[in-house]
Design a binder for this molecule. Structure first.
Ligand code: DAH
Length: 330
């Protein structure tokens, strides 16, 4: 029996094994019923004594070698499969779409309006400024002429953070950044403060316990109400279309004097945008700014309100529901 020849042939075949199927065929060729080993085994019964013992021993050794080679081949296959599974892949290569219509994500309507606002205000020379979502009662209210007992606080139902020494709260508006920024920067400046605000109120079609606002603050020498109106008109025309008009209605905010409500005429209807006014001298002083030298205007409005107007959304709650069919329209 030529074991060496059988082993040499097996090694050649094993090297060519590329998948599980090849491996099954290999096993069957070398260990199966029609294999060389099987036919040699069959001869054993015809032999006697020493001859039988010799061949038996040879066959056992051969079988061990064959099994080892097949096992090594199996190990090689397993490893290459694992390597393949965890191999680094090219993340820049185009993806396969899982359905006929591949679903490409897009920005949420609030983000679309925010992004557009950043673009418009930046072009007008405003800096976009970040501010803390958790604010002190002082910056959110007191610094803006709303002491503890001031009725204007009731316009903004507030969540308070229990047991906080500095009386912390999730900000009710982005106006809290006004005095913060004034204390840290010298005029002139023009800033836009975007951010989420929080109110302890029930949800309905036009109210939510959390929404986005943008706050504008401009302080410099000779800043006037006409600057405020001119700026807002520009912004609204850019955001809602060139034919949009604006109007001011007299209003009251403790931190502006005079104060106005800003409306926009969009597709023939007057819609309320938000509040604005000339920064109250007390507020300027709290920010370390001399009201005899400088003046400023401020305004604030809800981002979702703009989204509602622009995209004709009648119920703001839909913006916060995980309903892909609704959000996909924008
Ligand atoms: N903070 C007001 C609100 O949340 C909006 C506002 C009104 C901001 C007048 C201002 C302002 O800067 O001058 O309803």
């Amino acid at each position: 029996m030529d074991s060496n020849k059988a082993i040499a042939e097996l090694k050649k075949d094993a090297a060519r094994v590329a998948n599980t199927n090849d491996l099954v065929l290999l096993k069957s060729k070398y260990l199966g019923k029609k294999s060389f080993i099987a036919s040699e085994m069959a001869k054993l019964s015809l032999l006697q004594g020493d001859d039988r013992a010799k061949l038996g021993k040879q066959l056992n050794t051969l079988k061990t070698s064959v099994t080892d080679i097949i096992q090594a081949t199996q190990d090689r296959l397993d490893k290459s499969e694992a390597d393949h599974q965890y191999a680094p892949f090219d993340i820049s290569s185009p993806g396969r779409s899982l359905s006929l219509r591949s679903r490409v994500g897009h920005l949420h309507p609030s983000s679309l309006v925010l992004k557009e606002s950043y673009q418009i205000f930046t072009e007008l020379g405003f800096a976009i400024v970040d501010s803390p979502e958790i604010e002190t009662d002082w910056y959110n209210f007191e610094a803006l002429n709303m002491p503890e007992v001031h009725p204007a606080r009731e316009m903004q139902d507030t969540f308070y953070i229990k047991d906080s020494k500095q009386k912390l709260l999730p900000r009710t508006h982005t106006s809290g950044m006004q005095v913060r920024f004034m204390q840290a920067n010298k005029p002139p400046f023009k800033i836009l403060v975007p951010g989420k605000v929080f109110r302890n109120e029930n949800e309905d079609a036009t109210h939510s316990w959390s929404f986005n606002q943008i706050e504008g603050l401009v302080v410099g020498e000779g800043v006037s109400m006409s600057d405020l109106k001119g700026t807002l008109l520009q912004v609204v025309k850019r955001q809602l279309g060139d034919s949009t008009e604006i109007r001011f209605r007299a209003s009251y905010f403790p931190y502006t004097e005079p104060s106005v409500e800003v409306d926009a005429k969009y597709q023939g209807k007057w819609l309320e945008l938000g509040g604005a006014g000339m920064v109250h001298p007390e507020v300027l002083m709290r920010g370390g700014i001399d009201p005899n030298k400088y003046s400023g205007f401020a305004f604030g409005w809800g981002v979702e309100r703009i989204a509602a107007i622009k995209y004709n959304i009648s119920d703001l709650r839909q913006l916060w529901r995980p309903k892909i069919e609704f959000l996909e329209q924008f």
